[in-house]
Design a protein around this ligand. Structure first.
Ligand code: URA
Length: 257
């Protein structure tokens, strides 16, 4: 992939040195050359394992059945309506302005999964529209991807936890069927878990994110890559090069570039 001026600027802004290959990039068509000795580690300083390891998620509770049809049988329209009408979590249903279903191409090869809507997402009904979303869009753009065309973006929770608190385990359980149905409908080639909460939930793991990064996992047979949450990267920009490595790892999971 040749990089546009804007993509180069984004990568430079992420602290990722990019150089022009003189000839064809050896064995890595489509992957921008990134300095191997990119600055590293602020938080999550667990060693980055390189060996692939499959993780099998645990059993997931049955999703809510509101109007007779189980969530697993809903089409996109039915699923979106079910999410919009959901009152499974009293507090979230009471406090939300809008549910945040997800955005993007419903047949995308990439699925990005965040944690839960924040205040701006709650207002707009779209995931990742705040500052963290801008950073995410920039990272996608550096990969030549656009949020509306090339990826689907969803969250573990479809409602905002008041005060941006962490989701409660029972909220995550109640919402899980919606995300699983989205995954079944999209059939993405790769899933990227953005941050600790999404990674731990999808991998049914309580390991720190630093131990889940750096290798390919499987979620129901699909490749899953765990990376930093964009909001974390806003606080710790020194980890952007490592996030970029994660995205390149995710791209390498695709059947074709
Ligand atoms: N953080 C998330 O995890 N998801 C969003 O949609 C916004 C911020």
């Amino acid at each position: 992939m040749s990089l546009s001026v804007r993509q180069r600027r984004i990568l430079a802004d992420m602290g990722i040195p990019v150089w022009r290959a003189r000839g064809p990039a050896p064995g890595h068509a489509g992957v921008a050359a990134v300095a191997a000795n990119a600055p590293a580690v602020v938080e999550d300083s667990a060693p980055t394992p390189t060996v692939s390891e499959a993780v099998t998620p645990g059993t997931v509770e049955a999703p809510p059945q509101v109007a007779g049809v189980p969530v697993q049988a809903l089409d996109w329209e039915g699923l979106e309506a079910r999410v919009r009408a959901c009152t499974a979590c009293d507090e979230l249903a009471r406090e939300r302005t809008r549910t945040v279903f997800g955005v993007g191409d419903r047949g995308a090869r990439w699925l990005l999964v965040g944690e839960a809507p924040g205040a701006e997402e709650d207002r707009h009904g779209e995931p990742f529209v705040g500052r963290a979303g801008q950073l995410l869009d920039n990272m996608l753009q550096a990969l030549g991807l656009d949020r509306s065309r090339d990826v689907f973006i969803a969250n573990v929770l479809k409602c905002r936890p008041p005060g941006n608190r962490d989701p409660e385990p029972e909220e995550v359980r109640a919402c899980r069927g919606f995300l699983d149905r989205q995954i079944e409908l999209i059939q993405p080639e790769v899933i990227v878990a953005l941050g600790r909460i999404a990674a731990r939930e999808l991998l049914d793991s309580d390991e720190p994110l630093g131990r889940l990064r750096g290798r390919e996992h499987r979620y129901r047979g699909r490749p899953l890559i765990a990376t930093f949450h964009p909001a974390y990267l806003l606080r710790k920009p020194g980890d952007k090069p490592r996030a970029w490595e994660d995205l390149l790892r995710a791209r390498a999971c695709l059947s074709s570039p």
